[in-house]
Design a protein around this ligand. Structure first.
Ligand code: 3PG
Ligand code: MG
Length: 399
């Protein structure tokens, strides 16, 4: 890989230089209180930020949070993230209340060597996500003015052709941060020559989000275990009644084709937990997949399915897992996700947890993070990497 790294930049010396770091600090917030419910992505960039602080750089961090529409929206402010980042770094983080305006300019200008600033949400600016090269470029010019060098440590956003990810590195000397390097190193093991059996577990709500990765993985994997909301579209394709469970009608035929072509590699649930409603206290029962009542919806995989998946996982030498098996946020429907996660930790395998919800599930269920080989910070990014797509953020670092 022809990518320069943080160590190359550190070797040049960064003391007194302004280093612009693109991080993915897009953490989940509690809807009621606004509190950070999982700070995994903040902790994941500490090695890069710590090294720059130690080396005496003036560190300017930028990130998106959520999907505001190109204009300031207080519910997506990075302000709580600045507080948490400061706690974790053990030194206050100077927060700019805009991204490239007066506050950002004075905050960056006021940084002493070894201090850290965080700019307000990149997506408060239409230029960040614009499809228009000139509009993105104009915003990238403003961002690039805050750095003498650029570090990309936002693995979760490398699949986005956004100004801070794609256009800024074209304007500044650029390197990959520790997190981006580690993620690419791990995921390239899966696309290279994984030790077999290679078992992939996919869950989450939508087949349409996972279709490309299923297509890309089918020739490579030994087993593909499918749970979560997306399993009902596959069950429907087998001619089963799925009640009021999540169903992507327009994907049923595609799922049928995948099952036919999979050569028996795809394993689907044999039992599911069905409920009267999508609610934590809804009445629920475990039924076989050919006995889902027409008025009930499936919210988790059942115990027999967990046992079957666990048996497949116990043979594995390499495991990739993306997407929860059920509505793990509700204790009544968490057993499937917990059971599969525990089976992965028990397997004598190199295991990778793919970003977003599955990484949050590992932490929310109180599982030991260190019993997994790697927990990715990128949901969409890790899937697109496994699909073999060119990732704009990585391509920009290669140039
Ligand atoms: C993520 O959470 O997947 C990343 O932070 C990217 O966010 P996005 O999907 O809104 O671009
Ligand atoms: Mg995403």
């Amino acid at each position: 890989m022809s990518i320069r790294t943080l160590d190359d930049l550190l070797a040049e010396g960064v003391s007194g230089r302004r280093v612009l770091v693109r991080a993915d600090l897009n953490v989940p917030l509690d809807k009621q209180t606004g509190d950070i419910t999982d700070d995994g992505r903040i902790r994941a960039v500490l090695p890069t930020l710590g090294a720059l602080v130690e080396a005496g750089a003036k560190v300017v961090v930028c990130s998106h949070l959520g999907r505001p529409k190109g204009t300031p929206d207080p519910q997506f402010s990075l302000s709580p993230v600045a507080g948490r980042l400061g706690e974790l770094l053990g030194a206050p983080v100077h927060f700019a209340t805009d991204t490239v305006g007066d506050s950002a300019r004075s905050t960056v200008a006021g940084l002493a060597d070894g201090q850290v600033a965080l700019l307000e949400n990149l997506r408060f600016n239409a230029g960040e996500t614009s499809k228009d090269d000139a509009e993105r470029g104009a915003f990238a010019d403003q961002l690039a003015a805050f750095g003498d060098a650029y570090v990309d440590d936002a693995f979760g956003a490398v699949h986005r052709k956004h100004a801070s990810v794609y256009d800024v590195p074209a304007r500044l000397p650029h390197v990959a941060g520790r997190l981006v390097l580690r993620e690419v190193e791990v995921l390239s093991k899966l696309t290279g020559d994984p030790e077999r059996p290679y078992v992939v577990v996919l869950g989450g709500s939508k087949v349409s989000d996972k279709l490309a990765v299923i297509e890309a993985l089918l020739p490579t994997v030994d087993r593909l275990l499918i749970g979560g909301g997306m399993c009902f579209t596959f069950l429907k394709a087998q001619g089963l009644e799925v009640g009021t469970s999540l169903l992507e009608k327009e994907m049923v035929e595609t799922c049928g084709n995948l099952l036919e072509r999979s050569g028996g590699k795809i394993m689907l649930p044999v039992d599911v937990v069905v409920a009267d409603a999508f609610a934590p206290d809804a009445a629920h029962d475990t039924v076989r997949v050919d006995g889902i009542p027409s008025h009930r919806l499936g919210l988790d995989i059942g115990p027999e399915t967990v046992a079957g998946f666990a048996a497949a996982l116990s043979q594995a030498k390499t495991v990739f897992w993306n997407g929860p098996m059920g509505v793990f946020e509700m204790p009544a429907f968490a057993a499937g996700t917990r059971g599969v996660a525990e089976a992965i930790t028990k397997a004598d395998a190199f295991s990778v947890v793919g970003g977003g919800d599955s990484a949050a599930a590992v932490r929310a269920l109180g599982l030991d993070e260190s019993s997994f080989g790697h927990i990715s910070t990128g949901g969409g990014a890790s899937l697109e990497y496994l699909e073999g797509k060119t990732l704009p953020g990585i391509a920009a670092l290669e140039n």
